[in-house]
Design a protein around this ligand. Structure first.
Ligand SMILES: Cc1cc2nc3c(=O)[nH]c(=O)nc-3n(C[C@H](O)[C@H](O)[C@H](O)COP(=O)(O)OP(=O)(O)OC[C@H]3O[C@@H](n4cnc5c(N)ncnc54)[C@H](O)[C@@H]3O)c2cc1C
Length: 159
């Protein structure tokens, strides 16, 4: 959904969308949703969470952006790991003692390359038409994830 579309959405429309989706939720989640339905303000705070726009420069003389401030991520991506990797790279730069403009540019270029690639990948995966929406589909997806988790020892390989 585009940023412009999210701005025209009302709480009622979002509530209706959630109600449709909730048909496939677990019993526990449905119960929570029922409680929240009594007062839509309990759960409704909607807006664009990822608009794909990033500032062209992440740093100035005294400020360096990392994480979502530099490259906003929505749900289902790797925003948390990217924010952590940014902070690691920033710590390395601080420890190196070289805070020159060239080094800050190198920091931005390296981090932007990975975050852009993974951000675009997440956007593509999260498209509505790519979502599993049937009960059977969700069940099989869950089984596959469980097996993957068991055989990988819980370690996800980076790509
Ligand atoms: C609904 C949703 C689901 C998501 N699901 C996933 C997921 O499953 N996996 C994943 O990896 N990523 C997910 N993400 C993305 C992930 O949450 C972010 O990419 C990640 O949290 C970015 O970390 P950050 O430290 O840059 O920013 P944040 O985690 O947003 O931290 C910024 C902090 O700064 C604080 N702050 C803001 N303004 C001020 C101010 N003026 N003064 C002081 N403090 C301030 C905020 O309160 C906040 O605590 C999701 C995002 C959303 C919105």
């Amino acid at each position: 959904m585009s940023e412009a579309e999210t701005k025209t959405m009302t709480n009622e429309v979002v509530m209706k969308m959630l109600a449709d989706k909730s048909k496939l939720w677990s019993v526990e989640l449905k119960k929570i949703f029922e409680i929240c339905k009594a007062d839509s303000n309990l759960i409704i705070a909607h807006g664009a969470v990822y608009n794909g726009k990033v500032p062209s420069t992440w740093f100035s003389k005294n400020i360096i952006l990392i994480g979502d401030a530099a490259h906003p991520y929505g749900p289902g991506g790797q925003g948390i790991s990217m924010a952590l990797k940014d902070s690691e790279a920033l710590c390395d730069m601080i420890v190196s003692g070289d805070m020159s403009e060239e080094n800050k540019k190198a920091f931005q270029n390296i981090r932007a390359e990975e975050t852009k690639k993974l951000g675009e990948g997440a956007e593509a995966r999260n498209k509505p038409e790519k979502q599993t929406t049937t009960k059977m589909g969700i069940f099989f997806k869950g089984v596959i994830m469980k097996f993957y988790h068991l055989f990988s020892g819980g370690v996800l390989k980076s790509f």
